[in-house]
Design a binder for this molecule. Structure first.
Ligand SMILES: [Zn+2]
Length: 498
């Protein structure tokens, strides 16, 4: 009788243990009893469970607690939330400093150094574990970024975008340097007279350019449709033939095509072709710019419907507008949050007369009041478009365009958090904001086998929060820990050291 009971007990214990998965870790991390928030398709069903990491990969995720042996760190997640690391699919990790021109950086090399040491940490501080650099980047720059001990994963579009000769953004650079600084420019017959003879047209066809971009380790091709703004106008733009060829070449090289566009003309042109991603929102409504702020013209609606139907990615980049307007806002630099991610000396420099050079350049002919009115109207239109896409199942991709211009208004990480808040303000529901910055970006840039959700086999880039991001936008500023490649970092350790 007694023997029988022992056998029965042993059987019960054995079968219980059999249900528990056995994990033997060498360099592990176990986050227990936490609310897991992740999706593969945009629908969220959060639950309390366990997530286990070995080295830099997620190896277990389930409601049931696994049985773990070996070497691992334990984090009690009771009452807390985890999401996949955030992906910002439109940044510029330039070797420069927000708000500075090259001559400022030469004059203040210490400020530049302090900024560049902190910059990758500031992105992590706000939960951005993956950055997609949408401007040209040199091999040296990629290497120096990756040398930093704590940094987000960096993806890029090659040593330059595929801009048409003398078009945007080449036209910003003086003629004598612009072709060397944009090695992937596209030759256009109409610009033949304005291209130095040393450049062989055969090396600047869409086919040759995309091949070069692919070989540089890029994940996407960036092009531009920008007829001009402000003092720049009538810039050369790509023909339909060029844009279609860029799209085909990108696809046959396994890349996606993302295109700079923010006007109705540009969005219409690119929607008709059906490029993969629009790297900006539609805020320049052209002939409709003076229509009431609360109504979407039929022509724009129809075009957006086509973007939705073609599953084109739409990157709102609302902080482009806010980051410029910030230059006339006396309170911007006094936000306590900036002290944590902008070096103190640089913050002080931003408050000097010398640092107002860009504000003077773009706002010299208007009052502060006028600036707020103009930017307010543009933003209202950008938000209306975003709301329409959000309400009608458009494909939203999170991107902050940090920095979009030489403004100190777009600070690393901080600007991304601002962008998230602006999406909310535009009326995008919280679950769509979260998927735009995780799974949508991962899928659109073909990184979803590695990133974008909490799933076995994916990279352990994870954000732990004390608030629920499906209920509260402030959750993105209530981050407690950042896990990057399996390494758990306390958020406060990423702040500027006093
Ligand atoms: Zn940009």
């Amino acid at each position: 009788m007694k023997k029988g009971l022992t056998i029965l007990l042993a059987l019960v214990l054995f079968s219980c243990q059999e249900n528990k998965e056995q994990l033997n870790l060498t360099q592990g991390l176990h986050i227990s009893n936490i609310t897991l928030i992740s999706t593969e398709d945009g629908n969220y069903t959060p639950y309390i469970g366990h997530l286990v990491v070995e080295k830099d990969k997620i190896v277990y995720i389930d409601k049931n607690e696994p049985s773990i042996s070996g070497t691992f760190e334990q984090i009690d997640g009771t009452g807390k939330f985890i999401i996949p690391g955030l992906i910002d699919s439109h940044v510029h990790v330039i070797p420069g400093v927000q708000g500075m021109l090259p001559h400022h950086m030469e004059k203040y090399p210490e400020l530049a150094k302090e900024f560049n040491n902190q910059m990758p940490r500031s992105y992590l501080y706000y939960g951005f574990t993956t950055l997609i650099n949408l401007g040209g980047i040199s091999e040296e720059r990629i290497a120096s970024f990756n040398m930093q001990p704590l940094k987000p994963d960096l993806y890029h579009i090659g040593y330059s975008g595929a801009a048409v000769a003398n078009g945007y953004p080449m036209n910003f650079t003086p003629k004598e340097y612009r072709f060397d600084s944009e090695p992937n420019f596209i030759y256009m017959e109409s610009e033949a007279e304005n291209i130095p003879d040393k450049y062989d047209p055969a090396n600047h066809t869409p086919k040759a350019v995309v091949k070069r971009i692919k070989n540089s380790g890029a994940i996407a091709v960036k092009s531009y449709y920008e007829p001009g703004f402000g003092r720049l106008s009538n810039l050369p733009v790509p023909t339909r033939g060029i844009m279609k060829e860029l799209l085909n070449e990108a696809h046959s090289n396994g890349l996606v095509l993302t295109v700079h566009a923010n006007s109705l003309e540009a969005h219409s042109f690119l929607t008709d072709i059906g490029v993969d991603i629009l790297s900006h929102g539609l805020w320049n409504w052209g002939k409709y710019k003076d229509v009431p702020k609360d109504s979407l013209p039929l022509e724009i609606k129809k075009m957006l419907d086509l973007q939705i139907q073609k599953r084109m990615g739409y990157t709102p980049t609302l902080t482009v507008i806010e980051g410029e307007e910030a230059l006339v806002d006396n309170e911007f630099l006094n936000q306590p949050a900036l002290k944590k991610i902008v070096p103190e000396n640089l913050l002080e420099w931003y408050k000097t007369e010398e640092a107002q050079w860009f504000a003077k350049e773009i706002f010299s002919e208007q009052t502060v009041e006028e600036t707020h009115t103009i930017y307010g109207n543009v933003q209202a239109q950008a938000m209306l478009v975003l709301k329409y896409l959000s309400d009608n199942n458009g494909l939203l991709l999170f991107g902050s365009d940090t920095p979009s211009a030489p403004t100190y208004g777009n600070q690393p990480g901080h600007n991304g958090y601002w962008e998230l808040k602006l999406m909310k303000e535009a009326g995008v529901p919280l679950h769509k904001i979260l998927s735009s910055a995780t799974i949508n970006n991962a899928k659109a840039f073909q990184l979803d086998s590695l990133l974008g959700s909490l799933a076995i086999g994916k990279k352990a880039n994870i954000i732990m929060m004390t608030k629920n991001p499906l209920k509260d936008i402030e959750a993105y500023d209530a981050i407690e820990k950042i896990v990057i490649g399996g390494q758990a970092i306390e958020r406060k350790d990423l702040e500027i050291k006093e």
